[in-house]
Structure formats: C-alpha cells, structure tokens
Design a protein around this ligand. Structure first.
Ligand code: SF4
Length: 217
C-alpha cells in the first residue's frame, strides 16, 4: 500500500467516492477510471439529498451556532478534496468554535452504505484546515428528520485512512477489479453493465464467449 510522503503531496481522492470504494472496489473503479455512471433510485436519492444542502452560504441560529452550507474541504496531508453539506460551528468550552460536519441523506440508512467513513473524511479535512479537533459529526435523514450522531473513534479514523490509501492505490493501478457476485450487487446501479453473474465466473464467461463467437460452418 502506498505510504504518504511529506515531500510529495498525495494525489487527491474525492471524499464522495470513499463510500463507493467500500461498497465495491469494482464499482469505484468503473466510476472513477471508466467514467461509467448509471443512475438508479439510490443514486438519485443521494443526489437530491445533497442538493437540499448545496446552496453555499451561512446563517446564524438562535442558540449561537453558525451553519456553513456546501463548505469546500481539503486535506493536503491525506490527499482529499470534497465538500461538506453542512458544518455547524458551536461555541466550545475553551472559547474556540467546535466544528460538527453533518451529511444529508434523503431516505433511511442503506444496508451497504458507509456514510460514517465519508463523514470522518470530512472531519479529517476540517481538523487540518482549522487546526482543531473534530470529535463528532452527524448524519441527517431528510425524510424522517432523524439525526444520528457519529463519534469519530480511533477505529473509524483508521478505517477512513486505510480506505483513502486503498482507493488511491486502485486509481494508480489503473485496473478495473474483476466482478465478484455479492449481496451489494442487487442494489448496484451498474448491475446490468457489470453483469457480475456472468463475469465473476470463468465458466459462465467462457460459455457466453462460445455462444457469441462460435462460428458455424
Ligand atoms: S454489480 Fe456488483 S460487482 Fe458489479 S460493480 Fe456493482 S456491486 Fe460491484
């Protein structure tokens, strides 16, 4: 796995793609390397949720918090770029502001989504940009108006950093991983393009090849 060199800033990975990598590295590579994008209900609902919070600006709340919308984020150390739907800045006990990133989701939490890694990546960016500790974030579900608190534990930070490294390694390898049929395939918007039932098995692939290219005398 590539190590981050202080002399050479790592190539930026988009925060929004980390969830994709954890869902399926092949899906990440098809999106990132082949620019192959197909929408389904899940992707459209994700886009709509972010559009709700996508109007840049800020406002002050009655309880003294400052709310920044569509805040650009970066980390030179980790090689990350992206945007936070919402960052709440609340007065902290030592007089410094405490930053809390909040990610918007339209529906309920999907089984294979890893929203927490994406949120933690936002926190790592904020820590570097603001030179402060960011210990807690939240996922806000628009339809149910439910807010789930996400503590940035050591385990979540390690998973996030390892995902960034693995995603960058796959970009550098410039190679699309082979399809592997798994439960995630059922809700994947690339299912009918990826054809995991066919391509994941060499026997099925050979049979399909024979059917397509066999020459009859
Ligand atoms: S169909 Fe399955 S293997 Fe193919 S990209 Fe989607 S999740 Fe990955």
């Amino acid at each position: 796995m590539n190590q981050i060199s202080p002399a050479e800033p790592p190539e930026p990975v988009a925060i929004a793609t980390l969830n994709d990598y954890l869902y399926c590295p092949r899906r990440f590579a098809l999106h990132r390397l082949d620019a192959l994008w197909v929408d389904n209900a899940y992707t459209v609902s994700g886009t709509l949720a972010h559009e709700i919070a996508d109007d840049p600006g800020y406002r002050q709340t009655a309880d003294g918090a400052r709310i920044e919308r569509a805040l650009p984020l970066f980390s030179d150390k980790l090689g990350l770029v992206g945007k936070a739907d919402i960052v709440e800045f609340r007065p902290g006990p030592d007089g410094r502001e405490v930053a809390v990133p909040v990610d918007y989701k339209l529906g309920r939490r999907h089984k294979w989504d890893n929203d927490d890694v994406q949120l933690c990546a936002q926190a790592l960016c904020l820590e570097e940009m603001l030179d402060t500790a960011v210990t807690m974030g939240a996922v806000y579900h628009v339809k149910t108006h439910r807010r789930r608190a996400v503590p940035f534990t050591a385990e979540l930070r390690t998973l996030t950093q390892n995902t960034i490294l693995a995603a960058r390694e796959l970009i550098h390898a410039d190679d699309i991983p082979t399809a592997r049929l798994k439960p995630q395939c059922q809700g994947c918007s690339l299912h009918h393009v990826c054809l995991p039932e066919l391509t994941a098995s060499r026997l099925s692939l050979n049979a399909a090849y024979q059917t397509l290219f066999s020459v009859t005398p």
